[in-house]
Design a binder for this molecule. Structure first.
Ligand code: AMP
Ligand code: MN
Ligand code: MN
Length: 361
């Protein structure tokens, strides 16, 4: 229990001579961008000549928020009259099938074709430079604006538009577009909506505030077809992936004693599993949502092989555990209830590392 203290504001009322114990500072409230930061971002964009090279980048293995916020914002820059808007992300230039119909994909180029010294870099949904692969050097060479919503953001880059209270980076992107005077049209809205819907788990996660639904309403009002978008983004996968899910679910393990008794459910999928079913890695993105319903576990974990001894690890919590703490301790990042890291060794060793972190208070 907290010791009895005198709040700082009430100190004046303390009896004369009594020792004044100041209340310990509250948990750091990571506030959103300041007015100065918003203004700096607007100025940095509008200062550019309309034929300046503008490079938009997002994190490796881009998800709906990374792609949606980047492509939505890229189209907004085009509406402002910018003629050299280029979007890219590190790694193989493959867009996962659920996002292959996003408007604005014509702005996307492979990493190798991105301008070496753009006039301005805009970075989307990356908590740290380590998520930018070979593109991170652009941040050293050019002025930059970082749009993000991870509490673990390392504040790299030039102007920081980082709002940990935002449900998705697309919330930040929409706000900057509004400040730049770009009206929402259907194509921009579809990108921002996909970003919002994916990062809130279809408007189910705890950051799904009234403001999120208000933004969704404004996006839908441009004429979007939400059922069709949801079918494409969430509810479509190849039959081979359905069979692969069956295997991975069949070997899921439950450890009710993990995380001080809150419980852990976990499984893994190897590159050989993918090959056997003729599937691409992105199909495993939804696997975590297939194991997390297990009622006996607060924490769920999916370990996805990306190399001989390398794994992309997804962590989720139902509220009892801050999984970003676990992910950060293991070299990754993310949010309190959804985080990830790169694991090394065997799947069992990665799971053991997660269990060990969960056992650390
Ligand atoms: P995922 O499980 O891949 O959907 O990722 C969940 C969250 O964890 C996202 O917000 C990611 O930004 C974050 N995350 C996942 N993998 C990593 C990683 N290797 N490093 C840092 N953050 C990560
Ligand atoms: Mn992301
Ligand atoms: Mn995000």
């Amino acid at each position: 229990m907290r010791p009895a203290t005198v709040p700082a504001t009430g100190a004046a009322g303390a009896p004369a001579g009594a020792p004044v114990v100041l209340e310990s500072p509250p948990e750091p409230v990571l506030a959103g961008p300041t007015e100065r930061e918003w203004s700096a971002a607007v100025a940095a964009v509008l200062a550019q000549p309309r034929d300046a090279a503008l490079l938009l980048i997002c994190h490796v293995n881009p998800d709906g928020d990374a792609l949606g916020s980047m492509l939505g914002f890229g189209q907004g820059l085009c509406r402002l009259g910018f003629t050299r808007v280029v979007c890219t992300f590190p790694g193989p230039p493959e867009v996962p099938e659920p996002f292959a119909a996003l408007p604005g994909l014509e702005l996307l180029v492979p990493e190798a074709q991105a301008p070496a010294e753009p006039a301005l870099v805009l970075c989307f949904d990356a908590a740290s430079e380590s998520r930018l692969g070979g593109l991170r050097d652009r941040l050293d060479r050019s002025p930059s604006i970082v749009l993000d919503h991870h509490a673990s953001n390392t504040r790299f880059g030039g102007v920081h538009l980082v709002d940990p209270t935002a449900a998705a980076t697309s919330v930040v992107a929409e706000h900057l577009l509004a400040r730049l005077g770009v009206p929402l049209d259907r194509d921009i809205a579809e990108c921002l909506y996909v970003a919002l819907a994916t990062d809130t788990g279809s408007f189910k996660f705890d950051m799904t505030t009234p403001a999120v639904h208000e933004l969704a309403a404004r996006l839908l009002a441009t004429g979007l077809a939400p059922a069709e978008i949801a079918r494409r983004v969430f509810d479509t996968r190849p039959f081979g992936a359905v069979r692969l899910y069956g295997e991975a679910l069949g070997r899921a393990q439950l450890d009710p004693t993990a995380a001080g008794g809150l419980g852990l459910v976990w499984t893994y999928a190897t590159q050989a599993d993918l090959a056997r079913h003729g599937q691409r890695p992105y199909v495993l993105e939804g696997l975590i949502d297939a194991i997390r319903p297990a009622a006996e576990a607060d924490v769920s974990c999916v370990i996805k092989q990306t190399g001989p001894a390398e794994w992309a690890v997804s962590l989720r919590s139902k509220g009892g555990v801050d999984v970003s703490r676990v992910a950060v301790a293991l070299g990754g990042g993310g949010h309190r209830l959804a985080a990830g890291f790169t694991g090394r060794g065997t799947a069992d060793e990665v799971a053991a590392a997660v269990r060990a972190q969960l056992a650390t208070p």
